[in-house]
Write a protein that binds this ligand. Sequence first.
Ligand code: PHE
Length: 357
Amino acid sequence: MLDQLKQLQAEALSAFTAAKDTNDLEAARVAYLGRKGRLSEIMPQLASLSNDEKRLAGQTANEVKAAIEGAFIAAQARIESTVAGANAERAWIDMTLPGNRPSVGHTHLTTQAIADLTEIFAKLGFNRQRHPEVDWDYYAFEALNMPKEHPARDDWETFFVADPDGKDVQTGELGKVVLTPHTSNAQVREMKKGALPIRMINISKCYRRQISARHLPVFHQIEGLMIDGNVTITDLKGVIDHFVKNFFGPNTKTRLRPYHFRFTEPSFELDISCTVCNGEGSVQGTKCKLCKAGWLELGGAGMVHTNVLKAGGLDPKKYTGFAFGWGVERTAMMRGGLKLDDIRMMYKNDLRFLKQF
Ligand code: PHE
């Protein structure tokens, strides 16, 4: 029996040493240490031995069992660490490699311009106010010195909203509702708040029945209004100058050109020196592609008409003021020195275009 035990130990040890994976290991464990394994098979032989032999054989059997169990544990540790090593090799990550940068978006060209306009005017105390984008005909036209049926209204290709129950706020008669064709409806609305002096800007969407390479049916305008005891054209010029230099660059010049609006008197068109040719009209001998003779048209302006002040409940003998207004999309393009063949490009959501700004 002693020989059998020694033989068994040698076989078991080499089986555990040879085990390459958990399957081999389990097979060897069952074969040598299992309840019906080789060691259990030998043990009954103890019964037929004399007492002295029994003691020796029993002791040897215990030693053999311990040796086999030791071999099992060693093999188990060896195989586990091999498996872990293989896993680590497979799942290995180089933490020092640069990561994939998530793509970061940015606001639209128009939104950027709105933010900049707001900030620049805020520095002069012009705060952004909100006024309706769907408004009474009264605020869009009548209060601005354009009575019903006045031909000047034709300059604003207006969308009317069908609203059979609308009441004209002034007269109580049935009135028309419009999608604001300009931001000037803010003028009388702001005056009617009754808080003076007024220094406000109103930036909002405008709607006109027009669509072409140069016109959008929905676009943005900025309206500016200042009213106080003694506001003059000089103040208008100074405020516009401040804006133009901050928005287009410190070398940009401003020009007021006589014009006509029903709601301002006198009225002007506002020009700025061209952002591409610096007002020269040409670049290295070639005619500038962006401007006409060095100037770009920005928008309209003027001293608030007395009839408009009256509509706002203000006494024209006590108060004077100026107003200005222009398109935000145009302004954004002018700043970039851009001459788009088609202004609709701004809202096509083509990333190749939008990413450039
Ligand atoms: N509302 C005018 C337009 O849409 C611009 C303007 C605003 C002119 C304020 C004078 C004063 O063209």
